[in-house]
Design a protein around this ligand. Sequence first.
Ligand SMILES: Nc1ncnc2c1ncn2[C@@H]1O[C@H](COP(=O)(O)OP(=O)(O)O)[C@@H](O)[C@H]1O
Ligand SMILES: [Mg+2]
Length: 255
Amino acid sequence: MPAQLLAAEKLVKTFGATLAVAGADFSVYPGEIFGFLGPNGAGKTTTINMMTGLMRPTSGRTLIDGVDVACRPVEAKRLFGYVPDEPQLYGKLSALEFLNFIGDVYGLDAATRKPRILELLKIFELSGEQSHLIESYSHGMKQKVALCAALLHAPRVYFLDEPTVGLDPKSARLLKDLLRQAADAGAAVFMSTHIMEIAQALCDRVAILHHGDIVGMGSVAELRASSAEQTLEEVFLSLTGGSNHTSAPLFGRPA
Ligand SMILES: Nc1ncnc2c1ncn2[C@@H]1O[C@H](COP(=O)(O)OP(=O)(O)O)[C@@H](O)[C@H]1O
Ligand SMILES: [Mg+2]
């Protein structure tokens, strides 16, 4: 197996008395799409924030292609693309201006940058609005600009925090295809999701997170084999505390 591109080493984060992440420890290898699966509040975003250097871990560390994010942040940040759970863009720029700015940040020369920006805008069907201010975009369009920004410098490592939320089915499909292509070309993709179908369809391996603890890790087939359950959704529900059915019916028959 080739060397890992991404390593989380015993990452812990506490907020006061809350243990948000309880020692996340895993590696992602070139060619892999790794899914970080967990219900709301499980600690997915906190883990990504630590791995991308946006938040200091209480303890533990992250290596990106061997570079420690906390010790060499600038070098580490050049190595990955990141799509946050909420797009963080500049509303007073157009998509074209914003992506050119991102190209500057990553030091892409004009000859590489220009065709790639236009191609990304085209495949995400933003060409018609590329000169409009981002503040006029819908949430889904902003999400697509954030994806273009993460893909622009063709990094070897991707972090995506619930990337399909807000995307229409066609764009979600496009994103899946692009991530698969990136992985097939040797990238390591780390994505969080609470949507089982996405994990099952897209991820080579998954970790299931529950109250900050990784309670299961492996390929979908391995997780199924290690459990009496048949589908990833059933494995997930059994590992994260059942299906939460209420004992009293919430809905009666309409009068
Ligand atoms: N900045 C913060 N301050 C205090 N508690 C936080 C903060 N960020 C996250 N948490 C808590 O950490 C836990 C994990 O949150 P989060 O990582 O956002 O979960 P997820 O992304 O899986 O939905 C939750 O209990 C949340 O309330
Ligand atoms: Mg989150």
